[in-house]
Design a protein around this ligand. Structure first.
Ligand SMILES: [Fe+2]
Length: 205
């Protein structure tokens, strides 16, 4: 394991209970807020997985591990990516917060031995989604947004819920559309988000 990651795990005794281990890890690093959000997302992802016919266990694991990268502060994210050999896009230099997802993917592989491609993909694209997103990608993407507290999701939560009544794609598209409409007001509009938006727009027409 890369040293930058093994240092984070020092003092943590990993068990086979992923929920317990992740909560312990966040709490150990005084991130009770992320621990709480993580567990909410994991159970929400499990619920959506059941509704839309995708593996519930995979959804739960993806939810548990999706925000591990936020154990690094935004100031540390670019350096951490360089240490871990993660490719950084131009827009991610402007908004390094977005890099937490790519870091989480590497942490899931190295710290929790996750090899499943669907889980790793969902973790990697959970803030932005991506072109040709799979079911698990969309499950985690949506579960994350609807688990944010009301001050953060009040402007799109209803549209996502209405979309989900029709399909998972329409639920995911509702949030992509919100981002697209507000793209000028955002620090960056990620290229993966634009690709996901155009992709689902064409598929749902
Ligand atoms: Fe996240």
């Amino acid at each position: 394991m890369n040293q930058v990651l093994s240092e984070l795990m020092a003092g943590i005794k990993a068990t086979s209970d992923i929920q317990k281990d992740v909560v312990e890890l966040f709490n150990f690093h005084r991130h009770q807020d992320i621990a709480e959000h993580t567990i909410k997302v994991a159970y929400e992802a499990k619920k959506l997985a059941c509704k839309f016919g995708v593996d519930e266990h995979k959804a739960f694991v993806a939810g548990c591990l999706h925000d591990l990268g936020n154990l690094f502060s935004d100031d540390e994210k670019i350096t951490t990516c360089n240490k871990l050999g993660i490719n950084i896009l131009p827009e991610e230099y402007i908004a390094p917060f977005l890099l937490h997802a790519k870091i989480s993917k590497v942490m899931a592989m190295e710290m929790f031995s996750v090899e499943d491609k669907d889980i790793l993909s969902a973790i990697e694209c959970h803030p932005t989604l991506k072109r040709n997103a799979g079911i698990l990608d969309m499950v985690l993407f949506v579960a994350d947004k609807i688990s944010w507290d009301n001050t953060h999701n009040q402007f799109f939560i209803e549209d996502i819920s209405n979309g989900l009544e029709k399909s998972l794609e329409r639920g995911a598209f509702a949030y992509l559309k919100y981002l697209y409409i507000n793209r000028e007001d955002m620090k960056v509009f990620h290229s993966w988000t634009l690709e996901a938006y155009n992709d689902l727009l064409a598929k749902l027409e």
